[in-house]
Write a protein that binds this ligand. Sequence first.
Ligand code: AMP
Length: 172
Amino acid sequence: MQSIQALIRDVADFPKPGIVFRDVTPLLADAGGFARCIDALAEPWQGSQVQAVCGIESRGFIFGAALAQKLHAGFVPLRKPGKLPPPLVSVDYQLEYGSDRLQARSDALKPGERTLIVDDVLATGGTLEAARTLVERLGGELVGASVLIELAGLGGRARWRGPARLHALLSY
Ligand code: AMP
């Protein structure tokens, strides 16, 4: 895990003062590191019969699509507004300043489809909570969520209610 962490670049004061941005692009560019990362992300879900992986735009697409392949599951993009044609299901959620929206095709999941949500970073947990609501509205059965990095000091895990597992590969 140390070797994966070493490939993540910390960028102070980006995109705004006070934020330490976790830049995963050096990890993605490292063939061995990226492969090890996907193996490690997949490991806790082997045997969980995941049928669909929902990746959150945009870095969740990269990790989610690779993870879907590894788990022999389909991939569903959860997108920001204005990207997908109708018919759609949408969930609005609050950011520190303002709000945002996640959308998916209204028939993106089959009823009861066993679904894993994937993103790169868990911070305050608002994005993951919105993704979870979206999966529920789409009729999927939530198996859990997987993130590469949990920023434990921001308390996002506390917003993850219910029995579905939340797995983080790295905790900062
Ligand atoms: P939150 O809703 O606060 O949990 O924020 C999670 C979303 O914001 C994820 O989609 C991340 O890609 C992004 N994010 C939040 N904080 C950071 C950070 N420090 N570095 C990189 N991405 C972040």
